[in-house]
Ligand binder design. Structure first.
Ligand SMILES: Cc1ncc(COP(=O)(O)O)c(C=O)c1O
Length: 371
């Protein structure tokens, strides 16, 4: 549904909904509104569970371990606000953590006296083991004796890195530390097998790379982590178990969750190799930008999914010393109708390009020339 006369290189922020998915959402809304009592009393619960089973199958999990939430932020909040932290407990994250998640962690720390510590992950980096080493330093009980939770991104937001989650969960497990994975970008971008990742909780979004309507996130919890897990909004289901608590968080518009099956069908219709195609395009784009702007590549190419982040060329700030990310963004939009995020990270400005089915190589060349 994206407008035609622009170069849309920011699928990563809010996705883009196909017309067929919009139609599916409309059908669910009509069904709900035709007889809301019958729908809520008889059809909602089985329909939600069927949608959860379809999503679980797509991401390598079991439907009974997965609930829908509004978005990844809600899933992450549910986990961190269900854990009892004591003063001095540590929550470890990385300095690539998404800003809103950092705030949710800070909120929990402010209320409980827990302390947030961030592992410094180099960027650009040469090897995924640099990430593991940075986290290992902080999980070491000699450095932080009371680590109660590790929060780690599957795909980082500012730097677009695919982190080695299985290695990180194995490391945390060796210290007995539970892991919450922020998988906001992963479903649809990466080939997922949640059951094998070794996480305790995994929060994800379907409204980015899986083409659902906005407001379709999920929370997966390992079976032994479900009993003490509660949604941020407590409602009728309280005390009746994981699924009952999350499946009813008050009256809402359920259509985005229920349309997930059509979104998966659409994703699969585009072909088994959509993920590879998007990855290859992101790689092509970042290699071309790196060469044109004489910049280092962000990471080994195996650490990229369908996005890549690279520092903007020096000449932009040399010629416009007062420009910030907003001004660079506005320059690109008003002169070239290029929609792409400009991101401040580590005192520098970066551009993050996304590659989705509707993008083509020439669009990144226009960006290269524009900057
Ligand atoms: C890594 C990461 N976590 C969480 C989020 C939040 O997603 P939402 O706003 O859908 O909750 C984002 C959004 O871009 C993200 O990139």
């Amino acid at each position: 549904m994206i407008e035609q006369d622009c170069i849309f290189l920011n699928h990563g922020s809010f996705g883009a909904m196909p017309h067929v998915v919009r139609a599916a959402q409309d059908r669910w809304r009509s069904k709900i509104e035709a007889q809301p009592i019958r729908f809520v009393e008889h059809e909602l619960s089985p329909s939600l569970r069927a949608a959860a089973a379809d999503l679980a199958k797509f991401i390598g999990a079991q439907g009974e371990d997965l609930v829908f939430v509004e978005n990844a932020t809600a899933g992450i909040n549910a986990v961190v606000r269900s854990i009892s932290f004591s003063p001095g407990d540590r929550i470890v994250a990385t300095d690539h953590v998404y800003g809103a998640v950092r705030k949710a962690l800070s909120y929990v720390c402010d209320r409980t006296g827990a302390i947030l510590v961030e592992a410094k992950v180099p960027f650009p980096l040469q090897d995924e083991d640099e990430v593991v080493a940075a986290i290992a330093d902080l999980l070491n009980p000699k450095v932080n004796p009371k680590v109660k939770l590790l929060v780690v991104d599957h795909v980082t937001s500012p730097t677009a890195l695919v982190l080695p989650i299985a290695k990180i969960t194995a490391l945390a497990r060796s210290y007995g530390i539970p892991v919450l994975v922020d998988g906001a970008h992963a479903p649809g971008m990466l080939d997922l097998n949640l059951t094998e990742l070794g996480a305790d909780w995994y929060a994800g979004n379907c409204h980015k790379w899986l083409f659902t309507p906005k407001g379709c996130g999920f929370l997966w919890a390992a079976p032994d982590r479900q009993a003490d897990l509660h949604p941020v909004v407590i409602s009728h289901g309280y005390g009746d178990g994981f699924i009952a608590e999350f499946d009813w968080v008050g009256t809402r518009d359920w259509s985005a969750w229920l349309a997930v099956t059509d979104s998966i069908d659409f994703h699969q219709e585009l072909g088994e190799n959509l993920r590879t195609r998007n990855h290859d395009l992101a790689v092509l784009a970042v290699q071309m930008l790196a060469e044109t702007w004489n910049r280092a590549l962000p990471a080994p190419l195996t650490m990229l999914g369908a996005m890549a982040t690279i520092e903007i060329p020096d000449r932009i700030l040399d010629q416009n010393p007062d420009w910030d990310c907003k001004k660079v963004h506005n320059f690109l939009w008003s002169n070239y109708r290029i929609e792409v995020p400009i991101i401040p990270f580590g005192h520098k400005l970066w551009v993050r390009v996304s590659a989705q089915a509707y993008n083509e190589a020439e669009e990144y060349q226009t960006l290269a020339k524009a900057l």
